[in-house]
Ligand binder design. Structure first.
Ligand code: MTE
Length: 324
């Protein structure tokens, strides 16, 4: 499918994210005495949920940090992360945090099916209690060349793979986001191939890094970050880290992901971070670190996670498609 409608991340960063608007907004919030505390009072931090949406697993946060996954740079301020998001279901701009509050995240179920011993639909909190959560600090690098450092809480994907018991022929794991155009106005835009879909190989899913995120900054996950369950694949461009998952399917066929279906030449299946392979329309050599007043740093191969994942791609290194 070839879509010529311009998307947020096709705009130059300066146009997509007028930093002065962002800074002015922060200054305004500060002036109103609404820093991070103000955002949670507005229900944006995941702490202040409507009463019918209380999170039964809220007592599990903050989760114990797993110090194997640390980052040498400073963690991005919570209010920066809360107010700068990609979640096309709620609009193709970065300020979707208010609209995303319409998403009802309890009750919520996740279906695990396909090539598994037995398909099952889980209540999200039963799944979280069953598998347990830990905290990991991960780099998060968007294909648009901005980055953050996020303290995620969640479940190693490995644990869910073990729980699912895939059968011998399973080769890929496919993830799917909710579909509800009454709640998510972006899903009324029919030129997008909803629902949002992403996938990894089973070998990638069994790696230690993929993380099913259920919380951030020591609390249950805010809606704009993909509550109640999103993926974090820190060595891949951020679009692979699918939000608000309702279905996880084990399959023998390589799934086509959302952005790949829209434009495979620009957003491939693998999407491993590589500063030497430019996006067809911009450089990937450096990235803007959000919350640092526009500071740029060099981008690292596999976003700095080569020691964990390079082995997955042994013998494939020269394939340009691995990095788009
Ligand atoms: N998942 C869904 N369902 N819808 C989306 O639009 N955007 C992706 C990814 N997951 C997206 C999604 C992109 S492009 C990025 S960079 C990250 O989410 C952004 O995550 P963040 O908002 O927590 O920074």
């Amino acid at each position: 499918m070839l879509i010529r409608n311009r998307r947020g991340w096709e705009l130059p960063e300066s146009a997509a994210t007028p930093e002065n608007v962002f800074l002015n907004r922060r200054a305004l919030l500060k002036g109103m005495g609404l820093g991070a505390i103000g955002l949670s009072a507005l229900g944006l931090s995941g702490q202040a949920q409507a009463e019918d949406e209380l999170i039964p697993t809220a007592d599990m946060y903050p989760a114990a940090p797993n110090l194997r996954y640390r980052v040498e740079r400073d963690i991005t301020e919570e209010d920066v992360n809360l107010t700068y998001n990609n979640f096309y279901e709620f609009g193709s701009h970065k300020r979707i945090y208010r609209d995303a509050q319409d998403l009802k995240v309890r009750p919520w179920t996740v279906t695990i099916d396909g090539m598994v011993k037995q398909a099952k639909t889980w209540d999200i909190d039963a799944l979280i209690r069953r598998l347990g959560v830990e905290e990991r600090v991960y780099r998060h690098r968007c294909v648009e060349a901005w980055s953050m450092i996020a303290p995620w809480s969640g479940i190693p994907l490995q644990k869910l793979v073990d729980l699912a018991e895939p059968t011998g022929n399973a080769r890929y794991v496919r993830f799917e986001t909710f579909l509800d155009k009454d709640v998510a106005s972006g899903q009324r835009q029919r030129w997008y191939p909803w629902p949002y879909v992403e996938a990894v190989t089973l070998a990638e899913a069994r790696n230690e890094l993929p993380f099913l995120v259920t919380g951030a900054y020591g609390k249950p996950l805010p809606k704009q970050m993909g509550a109640p369950l999103r993926l974090a694949l820190p060595w891949k461009y951020g679009f692979k880290s699918i939000k608000s998952i309702v279905r996880i399917t084990f399959t023998d066929e390589q799934p086509t992901s959302f952005w790949e279906e829209i434009n495979a030449r620009e957003y491939g299946f693998w999407a491993n971070v590589n500063p030497k392979v430019d996006h067809p329309r911009w450089s990937q050599a450096t990235e803007e670190v959000l919350g640092t007043g526009g500071k740029r740093v060099p981008t690292q191969l596999f976003n700095g996670y080569g020691e964990f994942v390079a082995d997955l791609y042994k013998g494939m290194e020269d394939q340009r498609a691995l990095y788009m």
